[in-house]
Write a protein that binds this ligand. Sequence first.
Ligand code: NOJ
Length: 457
Amino acid sequence: MPFPKDFLWGASSAAYQVEGAYLEDGKKESIWDHFSHEPGRIVHGETGDIACDHYHRWREDVALMKKIGLKSYRFSISWARVLPDGIGRVNEKGLQFYSDLVDALLEAGIEPMVTLYHWDLPQALYEQGGWKNPDSPKWFEAYARVVARRLSDRVKRWITFNEPQMFIGLGLQIGAMAPFEQNDEDTVLRISRHFYLAHGRAVSALRQEGKQPLMIGMAPTGDVPLPRSNSPEDVEAARKASFAVLPGAYTLGNSWWADPIFLGRFSSEAEALFGNRLPRFTREEWDMIAQPLDFYGFNVYQGAVSYPAPQDGYQEDAYQGSPKTTLDWNVTPEVMYYAPKFFYERYGKPIMITENGMAGMDWVSLDGHVHDMQRIDFLHRYLLSLGKAIEDGVPVLGYHHWSIMDNLEWSRGYDPRFGLIYVDYRTQKRTLKDSAAWYARVIQTNGENLYAHEHDE
Ligand code: NOJ
């Protein structure tokens, strides 16, 4: 069996997508609270004001996680809940919420994994320029310190940032996510500079404040184009494309964010594209940015199309009638083999799958159950690919399904359902989907049942 004994079978969520209670117990607005209230930002005018009401229902949610048998739960901290103005005054009630959650998880035998930043910048900091402000790395460091002081006695695994590709690429360059800005290239380069420094400062803060040796990583996403065949040439071409720095799309790629952090330098492609416009750092700054991390986290969903987009009307991995999720994302299990392999080979760190899953058209059937057969098959195929990567020598520490429960899919609202747990937003009733029961079996057998179908044939 490829999955190691202590493999972290988990699931993920993020504060804004599940918590609700958006102005409760001293919390102030984040940019997502703020912008979701502007007309036209989220479909149907939906917001995260209530979401899954996880802020009040976390005990029930932890009980369901225990029922599934999760070994790890990845969640994010709402910065504006802990520091309502982003800096300065600490909101004890906000911290207490996370501290109680951590206790309940540990009691249920579930390892907490904390993401510090899953896109919900405090609005107060946004009003001071947000990530454009040269002080932003210091703000983030101070926030990391507060959280680490309070939780690091019990939380061992930490993630600084979730998907810079999305909150910077889509949020601050393309304008499709909060704060919906389109900035020019010089500004994006400046924001990138602040990002690297913020990450480095937060890692230092976590290591200094950690009450035990911590395992720290990041959770990027990024395009991984799949090889056309498994010939060495095609695999090399896919690898090269996976680390490309593309004019106009570099913020959506992998190496723009990961090379400075994991290799301590920009790639030659980035050098060629930007020359002396690249962010410059002192030796000390480089050392801080690139200080060793413990794993390479990755959010993986679908194989990417290679650029330029093909002319036949289909992306490379698609064909007439090919399988897709309700968000129109291609079902391409091979990406769960190639992504861990490519990242391990380039960065040399164990891989942590921090997200993977699919949006389905789930509803409660007449019999009261949610029969999400497609999610089961999706999960089965992707996990077999992950097993194959492990068999080929890639060290993989864990797999976190996105998501533990249906939640707010950002600008797409509540229609795409990603959860193992179904949420009826009118009543907040939770129902474990069939996939939850199936995943429970995977966890129980440490992946052995994934291979049972092979014996049926
Ligand atoms: C990436 C993000 O981290 C998460 O917030 C989002 O809901 C899922 N992927 C699905 O799009």
